[in-house]
Structures are given as structure tokens and as C-alpha cells.
Design a protein around this ligand. Structure first.
Ligand code: SF4
Length: 191
């Protein structure tokens, strides 16, 4: 069984892809994007180590979600766990959206065949490094070089629907009283 190294989860978010989604922030990233909004998630350290089955229990016990979003950090650095988790999510008939600092072409052309297997399970891939000099106000993306790639037909209606939609943010208060901000705010808390 594979294990995930994650930073955090939010069981239900409405700003990280279509509909209500369970969001997982992976720990560790080597893209070093200028103006990264998630600096603490770059560090390559063990954070919360959780088995794929345990994560699936959390996902399955969350009601009223239509899918799962992978964010980070860089989800594709944990390829074995990502593939195992993606297969289990699809078996539950949930959709998959993933952010990545790689481009779709880089993932498709990688020598590791598991990248293609993961892409085949995904519905939307939001790809490319974040660039603070090209900030975008479009829904779901941080900068204008990033692309929303529809990899399945599941969300084909959204291709027209999201044009011109602005990004949104959400605030949560966790059990310890800390405020968690998600989405793409106008300010970067790590700069
Ligand atoms: S891919 Fe995401 S987490 Fe990684 S450096 Fe870029 S913005 Fe930060």
C-alpha cells in the first residue's frame, strides 16, 4: 500500500474546481515558482503521512461532494500514491481535478508510464508554474500561462461556462481556531 505525504485537507471546498470538492494539499514541491502562494508546502519534508486507504476513508465519509482536487505542493512528485489514490477515487465514481507545476506535455512525455495512467483517470488538469508577473483574474488559475485542460468529457459543459468567470476565495476556521484561506487571493501572505 502506498502512503501520501500531505500538508492538509479541506473536506468541502467550492473554489478549487467544479462543484463541492474534497481538497488535498500535498507536501513538497521543486518548481520554485516566483511568488509562490504556498511556500510552506515547497519544503521536501515528511509532514502528515497517511495511507491511501485512510485517505479514501476520509473521502468516502464526506457527503455531498462530486470529486477530489489535488493541490500542493506538487502532487505528481508522489506518483505511486497518486496513481493508487486516483484509481480508488474513480471506483467511487468521483471526479478528479489536479493542479501541477508541470505542463501537460511534460507529464505526457515523461518516461514513467504512471504519469499517463494518472492523466487517463483525471477530468481536469490545471497545469504550469505560477508566475506572479502574469497574474490572472480567471477562475481556478493563478497566472495567465496556466491552462485548464479538460481531459475527460465529464465537464465539457464548463468549457463555455467558465469563460469570463472571476476567481473566488474561501475562508475556513479550523479546530484550533486558525483561519485557512483557499483559492487565489489578491495578496500573497508569504511575500
Ligand atoms: S507549483 Fe505551486 S507549490 Fe510549487 S512552487 Fe509553484 S506555486 Fe508553489
Amino acid at each position: 500500500m502506498a502512503y501520501l505525504n500531505i500538508n492538509s485537507i479541506i473536506p468541502v471546498s467550492e473554489v478549487n474546481g467544479p462543484g463541492k470538492r474534497f481538497v488535498i494539499w500535498f507536501q513538497g514541491c521543486n518548481h520554485d515558482c516566483t511568488g509562490c502562494f504556498n511556500k510552506p508546502l515547497q519544503e521536501m519534508k515528511n509532514n502528515q503521512i497517511i495511507s491511501v486507504d485512510e485517505m479514501m476513508d476520509k473521502i468516502s465519509s464526506t457527503v455531498d461532494i462530486e470529486g477530489v482536487t489535488f493541490s500542493g505542493g506538487e502532487p505528481f512528485l508522489q506518483v505511486d500514491a497518486l496513481l493508487e489514490l486516483s484509481e480508488k477515487i474513480k471506483k467511487q465514481l468521483l471526479t478528479i481535478v489536479s493542479y501541477t507545476g508541470f505542463t501537460l506535455n511534460e507529464l505526457k512525455n515523461d518516461q514513467n508510464p504512471k504519469f499517463k495512467e494518472i492523466l487517463n483517470l483525471m477530468d481536469i488538469l490545471i497545469d504550469g508554474k505560477y508566475s506572479k508577473d502574469n497574474r490572472s483574474n480567471c477562475i481556478w488559475i493563478g497566472s495567465s500561462n496556466q491552462r485548464i485542460n479538460f481531459l475527460s468529457d465529464r465537464y465539457s459543459d464548463y468549457i463555455e461556462e467558465i469563460v469570463g468567470q472571476s476567481k473566488e476565495i474561501e475562508y475556513f476556521i479550523d479546530k484550533s481556531g486558525d483561519i485557512i484561506l483557499t483559492g487565489f487571493p489578491d495578496f500573497n501572505p508569504f511575500l
